[in-house]
Ligand binder design. Structure first.
Ligand code: SAM
Ligand code: SF4
Ligand code: SF4
Length: 337
């Protein structure tokens, strides 16, 4: 492991999430509402994005400061050309022990093989409903639910399993499909993780009454399939895990709203344009692309990252409700979740 750099609350740096594109082929209203990300929306030109070589340099700097886990995300990461090339570069970076991908699954069937061959070991697929109509409502796309299900199956077949399935529940929209998702995950050997709908960004019109609290999710599932807690897989893991008493799998709950986990948050985020964010709810990031393109050597890049991490005191979710409302926040599709 690299140098152990700590932030102002004593938290080490362990995980890096990298958004590789701001584009997406879905328009999930809770993330990229079509009214704001419509045909006139200006996505970033390619020259603005970090190149794969630039991303790899940044990953090496983070790995030398203690990061062992890297996750590629977006926007939709599989829209970025030849993502498998980046997977190979990151997987080969000294210190990186774990490389994963979060995707909406729509392009996974065609790419799973190449990603696995390049060194990817784990994949998380977002899946909000098994009902085609509700799926369309949650994802606002012409792409079919079946394409996503085929992607999940392909991932398992090439050895990227067990696949984690991320479900965001919105009360009154998709929450009555919870048990169908539970059955699907149990039958197919995937790990379902239910995420509380968060007030990320400023565009999704989030309202607290649309959040289905994790405690309610747990009660609804346990009423049908009893569960017992097994805690978190590791301290920095965002999901609380429960095991089905009949031995048929596990359920993860991500309680970002009702039970924040900032105390254990060891995660940094890199946007597609190379900004370092130290919190999902931060208003701005630190421009590492300027450092890279300004000719910094590896040591200077390392210092830029460690200086930012040492200054970090973010704990938005723990302070939620006590902060002044309405300030600008970065969008989820920009930060990658
Ligand atoms: N496009 C990919 C996908 O959907 O998996 C990767 C990027 S997406 C921003 C990453 C994750 O963030 C997804 O699992 C998505 O469900 C989640 N997400 C987006 N907006 C959210 C919100 N407002 N609250 C909770 N989770 C959200
Ligand atoms: Fe796209 Fe993922 Fe956001 Fe949905 S959650 S709009 S798939 S980036
Ligand atoms: Fe980490 Fe910020 Fe989320 Fe707290 S609110 S867990 S500090 S990203």
């Amino acid at each position: 492991m690299g140098t152990d750099v700590r932030d102002r609350l004593g938290r080490p740096l362990r995980d890096l999430r990298i958004s590789v594109t701001d584009r997406c082929n879905f328009r999930c209203p809770y993330c990229m509402p079509r009214e704001l990300f419509g045909p006139d929306h200006a996505f970033l030109p390619r020259s603005e994005l970090l190149s794969y070589d630039e991303i790899t340099r940044v990953v090496a700097a983070f790995a030398s400061l203690g990061v062992t886990k890297v996750r590629l995300t977006g926007g939709e990461p599989l829209l970025r050309r030849d993502l498998a090339v980046l997977v190979g570069l990151v997987a080969a970076t000294p210190g990186v022990a774990d490389i994963a991908l979060t995707t909406n699954g729509s392009l996974l069937a065609a790419q799973a093989d190449a990603l696995r061959a390049a060194g990817l070991r784990r994949v998380t697929v977002s899946l909000d409903s098994l009902d085609p109509d509700v799926f369309q409502q949650m994802a606002d796309t012409r792409i079919s639910l079946q394409a996503v299900l085929d992607g999940i199956t392909a991932a398992r077949e090439v050895g990227l399993g067990p696949v984690k399935l991320n479900t965001v529940l919105r009360r009154g929209v998709n929450d009555d499909g919870l048990l169908d998702l539970v059955e699907y995950a149990r039958e197919s050997g995937h790990l379902l993780r239910v995420i509380e709908y968060m007030d990320v960004g400023s565009t999704n019109g989030w309202l607290p009454d649309q959040v289905v609290p994790a405690a309610e999710v747990l009660a609804r599932v346990a009423a049908v399939h009893p569960l017992e807690p097994v805690g978190r897989a590791s301290p920095g893991d965002v999901a609380e895990t429960y095991r089905f008493l009949d031995g048929r799998g596990e359920l993860g709950l991500i309680t970002s709203v009702t039970k924040p986990f900032c105390t254990d948050c060891t995660r940094a985020r890199l946007t597609a344009v190379g900004e370092l964010y130290t919190c999902l709810f931060a208003a701005s990031g630190h421009d590492l692309r300027a450092v890279l393109r300004g000719g910094a050597d590896d040591e200077q890049l390392r210092e830029a990252v460690s200086g930012r991490w040492r200054a970090r005191d973010d704990r938005y979710s723990e302070l939620r409700g006590r902060l002044p409302a309405g300030g600008p926040k970065a969008e989820m599709s920009f930060l990658g979740g």
